[in-house]
Design a protein around this ligand. Structure first.
Ligand SMILES: NC(=O)c1ccc[n+]([C@@H]2O[C@H](COP(=O)([O-])OP(=O)(O)OC[C@H]3O[C@@H](n4cnc5c(N)ncnc54)[C@H](OP(=O)(O)O)[C@@H]3O)[C@@H](O)[C@H]2O)c1
Length: 289
């Protein structure tokens, strides 16, 4: 099969040994993100920032947000240099309902509508079951599940009018529990249940919702977890990182940009028939089917 720009061309071996080349379909992959309005949560660094950048590069208008105004301003300046889409920032703590309401109101007032919501948050603390306190359980619920629920609830009145895309960033712990990460292993599964249920409830409004699960993508969070691992085992950070990479068939951590491309595809017009699904971006790390 030969891929040409906008076409799939197939070659058939003919009995008389002639190659016939003919077009069997036009598959122009138009992302159509130019002018779309996106709200990307937890986007001052890491995966959220990479997703925001990928959307801006495609010409979307993006609200970036986190708790840190200084970082947000830097990211806004950095992304504005990309100069296709439009980037604005809004400081919000997504564990606070009133911040979520203000954030969504700001987005609608600034851009006029919301086409895309990318739910994301900081990671919960690591630890085994007997090490985790009630406060940590409550905190992880509020940060890693309740914030997603509240954000979806807030954007729905707007999104139901014209359709839209929702991405919930989770973790490969939704497929394969990660040792020492009981909070992630528990609450990320709630995201999958939420996503799958809402796929049905929101389909009549042409709102597609999916979960995207990073495996080991190079960010501050991955470094933090490698450091924890190193401390637990009494080995160096380099050894812990090498050990972790050996569990990945592709033999390396992913880049935030590789992760962001998957999200960008899913929120674009190139993806129109997938909803309620979970997508692993993990270099083959998850062995579960
Ligand atoms: N990287 C990976 O390979 C990987 C793998 C599996 C799962 N994940 C999960 O994917 C998510 C993103 O990962 P990452 O690697 O990008 O993490 P990261 O580099 O630690 O970034 C976390 C982001 O969350 C923001 N944040 C944290 N608490 C917040 C709050 N209460 N309100 C608003 N924003 C908040 C932070 O901004 P401020 O500090 O500025 O508020 C920051 O922008 C995390 O939940 C992580 O556990 C990542």
């Amino acid at each position: 099969m030969i891929h040409k720009k906008g076409f799939i061309v197939e070659q058939y071996h003919m009995p008389c040994e002639y190659w016939l080349i003919f077009t069997i379909g036009v598959v122009a992959m138009e992302l159509n993100l130019k002018g779309k309005n996106a709200l990307v949560i937890a986007s001052s660094q890491g995966l959220g920032k990479a997703v925001a950048e990928a959307l801006v590069v495609e010409g979307a208008n993006v609200v970036i947000t986190s708790r840190d105004e200084v970082k947000l301003q830097q990211v806004q300046e950095e992304l504005t240099r990309v100069n296709k889409g439009h980037v604005v920032f809004f400081k919000a703590d997504i564990t606070k309902q009133e911040d979520i309401q203000s954030l969504v109101r700001f987005t609608v007032e600034t851009f006029g509508s919301i086409d895309i919501l990318v739910n994301n948050a900081g990671g919960p603390p690591g630890g085994k079951f007997e090490e985790i306190t009630d406060d940590q359980w409550q905190g992880a619920f509020e940060l890693n599940l309740l914030s997603y629920i509240r954000l979806i609830r807030e954007v729905l009145p707007e999104m139901k009018q014209q359709g839209g895309r929702i991405i919930n960033i989770a973790s490969t712990s939704i497929k394969q529990p990660i040792p020492g990460l009981i909070l992630s292993n528990t609450f990320r599964l709630g995201i999958v249940g939420l996503t799958k249920t809402l796929a049905v409830e929101l389909a009549p409004y042409n709102i597609l919702i999916n979960t995207v699960a990073p495996g080991r993508i190079s960010t501050a969070r991955t470094q933090h977890l490698d450091r924890l691992n190193a401390e637990r085992q009494g080995i160096t950070l380099e050894e812990a990182t090498a050990q972790s990479k050996r569990t990945i068939p592709l033999g390396r951590y992913g880049t935030p940009e590789e992760f962001a491309k998957v999200v960008t595809f899913l929120v674009s017009d190139a993806s129109t028939y997938m909803t309620g699904s979970s997508f692993m971006v993990d270099g083959g790390m998850v062995t579960a089917i």
